[in-house]
Ligand binder design. Structure first.
Ligand SMILES: [Zn+2]
Length: 225
């Protein structure tokens, strides 16, 4: 599919827009560092193709990455001092194109984290951009390793206590949960320990089932127990 903007003439990267995207793919291990934006914040043809290839799924499927997503990721990167963005998942081809259920399937989402930055801080910055008017999806995975960011028509947030690739365990009221669960706290959910905003820890599955929030999750301090 050739985007319509190309038919009209894609912008050229003339060097006036210095915004950088510097990404590393977690699974392949390769990196990309480009200044992809030309006029009006639209990606230039060559750089857009390179990034689209970088965002390909593990079967090699690709779809042109949404320019708005690229702009948001560049903004996130700039906000956090230009640190490299680690990409866990970009585009994911749908098994059934008639039944889309993820912004990853339309190349409008990225699962990312940054060296030296708590995922909660990354998530909170996603919410800051929402408050500034960006229609983003911001997903926090306290037991996982990433933050989900997508571009959509209406801003939304969620907290999912599942580990990566497992079935979702959504917190029913994410706003209240976020208020009660501060950065730096650990949470013991039955026998599983979730290191909040950490990368390595994940629950052992004990939290699966009904209501992982509330009585099953008891906050402790990071140094506790
Ligand atoms: Zn995601």
């Amino acid at each position: 599919m050739v985007p319509r903007s190309w038919q009209k003439g894609a912008p050229t990267c003339d060097g006036h827009d210095h915004r950088i995207l510097w990404l590393k793919d977690l699974y392949r291990g390769d990196e990309i560092r480009v200044a992809p934006f030309g006029g009006h914040g639209l990606p230039c043809r060559r750089e857009w193709l390179e990034l689209t290839g970088f965002f390909r799924d593990r079967h090699g499927h690709r779809r042109m990455v949404a320019p708005a997503l690229l702009r948001v990721l560049a903004q996130v990167q700039r906000h956090f001092g230009g640190r490299q963005l680690h990409l866990m998942s970009g585009y994911r081809a749908a098994d059934d194109p008639q039944a889309l259920n993820s912004y990853h399937q339309v190349a409008r989402a990225a699962d990312v984290w940054l060296d030296g930055i708590e995922n909660r801080d990354l998530f909170e910055y996603c919410r800051t951009l929402q408050r500034a008017g960006e229609n983003l999806g911001c997903g926090l995975y306290p037991a996982g390793t990433h933050v989900h960011v997508d571009v959509r028509s209406r801003a939304t947030i969620w907290v999912d206590l599942s580990g990566y690739g497992d079935g979702a365990i959504y917190i029913p009221n994410p706003e209240a949960w976020l208020e009660a669960h501060l950065i730096g706290d650990n949470y013991i959910c039955r026998s599983a320990t979730i290191t909040f905003a950490g990368r390595a820890a994940r629950p052992d599955g004990a939290v699966r089932g009904s209501d992982p929030n509330g009585s099953r999750c008891l906050p402790t301090r990071r140094s506790g127990c």
